[in-house]
Design a protein. Structure first.
Length: 505
């Protein structure tokens, strides 16, 4: 049976059944797992660096390996969810995630660890679009989906917060435990998914095929891009190696575009980008996650290596952000219904830019009350407001058969933004000599340009968000519709309105 049949509705209201809550619990658990894994590894990085004797550039691959596997295959994962079935892909990928998590915690070399993280990211690339598109196809557009996404976001915030605390505690015992814990968590979610997500999903391929050449081209392009940025510092930005690598990236992206325009069943039908709201949501995802994962990478090194904070103290320093997101996410359904996603995204990026500006005042000795805490709270506000609003903007009005594509595009921007921005920030840190200097003051000075880069990228995200406000003021149909809590007739009419606006745009 179709999942949407689980809901009983009238013109006035749509009721939540116990099974709907169970499905949302399982799907939110997958987001919880992703957030748990990211936050746990982030805090453990200094310990991993010491144990495996890694440079700054090598250390970032522990993070980038995961997010590149994640972002590089998300488009294919979204297509697989649409063509092979969302439930089926969710279950298979979750099983792989559990097995590779266990393997990653047992390896003894940096290369094997990075490889395990990459494969784990690939598994997540099939979990995320299946999970997100299951949410969007289970809950109809409007107040019900807004509420579902607000609850869904709470799982992410809770996973992030719990991951911080667990990482601090487990790293004190041994950094390997931070890599092993996601394995039983994934197994538990897998059992819940088998029991709660209904079978019998109607999947019709109707002659559609997987665009494997396109997937290979775009994944290779993103891998080469991050590798080029990371290695440019040692090879030289003007060296033949760096220039040749950037040329190779351009060629691969051009090949991808050529494949997509000539394919009868492209991985990414470029017509979907006619939606201004979708474009802004994807740029926002790059700026939001890219700057945060880079910020966490830098500040974890700063607190544990320079200021000699313990892992648990570092984790607790970030914890207020997770708490703010968890509390705020409970209100997101009402906030989005009242103010609309466009306004909330603009406020989110304003908070993000101010947070990074505040942190630029950091000195040799961490000033938690007046510098770190305000910045962390503002970052929590930015994520709490931004993630749900961007998610809704990225998928609003998209037909059910393309929900996997829309979800995977959004998640791709999120993850690839993390990898590319982190690679740039790492290159800036290495250029400043942070891995070579001895003086604490010189180390902070080497970090500061990287913090300025992070702030500038967040500023670009804010400008894009403000451009959305200007379009809304000029009468942009999608955002205008989303700024009013619709009744069921409005919900049914919204896709047609957005398609018409996309054609106008």
């Amino acid at each position: 049976m179709h999942i949407v049949w689980l809901m009983t509705s009238t013109r006035e209201t749509t009721k939540w059944t116990p099974q709907l809550w169970g499905i949302l619990l399982v799907l939110g658990g997958a987001l919880f797992l992703d957030a748990l894994d990211v936050s746990m590894v982030g805090i453990a990085l200094p310990s991993i660096r010491s144990a495996l004797n890694l440079s700054t550039a090598s250390l970032q691959w522990i993070v980038s390996g995961y997010v590149l596997g994640y972002g590089g295959l998300l488009l294919l994962g979204g297509r697989a969810a649409d063509l092979l079935g969302r439930r089926r892909m969710f279950l298979v990928a979750l099983g792989v995630f559990a097995v590779v998590s266990l393997a990653g915690g047992l390896v003894s070399s940096a290369g094997l660890l990075i490889g395990a993280r990459f494969i784990k990211g690939i598994a997540a690339a099939f979990i995320a679009p299946a999970s997100m598109s299951l949410v969007t196809t289970t809950f109809p557009e409007g107040p019900m989906r807004n509420r579902a996404f607000s609850v869904y976001s709470v799982f992410g915030a809770s996973g992030f917060s719990l991951g911080l605390v667990l990482s601090g505690l487990l790293t004190e015992v041994g950094w390997r435990w931070t890599l092993l814990v996601p394995a039983p968590a994934a197994a538990l979610i897998l059992v819940g998914a088998v029991l709660l997500i209904p079978k019998g999903e109607q999947v019709s391929r109707a002659g559609r095929k997987f665009d494997l050449p396109g997937a290979a081209a775009v994944t290779a392009a993103m891998l080469l891009l991050v590798y080029t940025v990371v290695e440019a510092q040692s090879a030289g930005w003007a060296s033949a190696q760096t220039i040749g690598s950037f040329a190779g990236v351009a060629v691969l992206f051009a090949v991808f575009a050529l494949i997509e325009t000539r394919s009868k069943d492209p991985l990414v039908p470029f017509a979907i980008f006619r939606s201004g709201a979708l474009r802004r949501a994807n740029v926002g995802a790059v700026a939001l996650f890219g700057t945060y994962v880079s910020f966490q990478f830098l500040i974890t090194q700063y607190l544990q290596t320079l200021a000699h904070w313990s892992a648990i103290s570092t984790a607790l320093a970030f914890l207020p952000a997770g708490i703010v997101v968890a509390v705020l996410s409970l209100r997101m359904g009402g906030l989005i219904g009242r103010f609309g996603p466009t306004r909330l995204v603009a406020v989110a990026f304003t908070c993000l830019v101010v947070a990074y500006l505040v942190f630029l005042r950091v000195g040799v000795r961490p000033d938690y009350p007046s510098v770190m805490l305000p910045a962390v709270i503002l970052i929590g506000l930015a994520f709490g407001l931004g993630f749900s609003a961007l998610s809704i903007a990225a998928t609003a009005g998209v037909p059910n058969h393309e929900q996997g594509l829309a979800a995977s595009l959004f998640q791709t921007s999120f993850q690839v933004g993390g990898a590319v921005v982190l690679a740039v920030v790492t290159a800036v840190v290495d250029a400043g000599g942070a891995s070579k200097v001895i003086s604490p003051a010189a180390t902070v000075s080497a970090y500061r340009p990287a913090l300025i880069v992070i702030t500038a990228i967040a500023g670009i995200g804010m400008l894009v968000a403000l451009s959305g406000l200007r379009r809304k003021a000029a009468g942009s149909v999608p955002d205008a519709v989303l700024d009013v809590e619709p009744d069921q007739d409005q919900v049914r009419a919204l896709p047609a309105l957005q398609e018409e606006q996309a054609q106008i745009s």
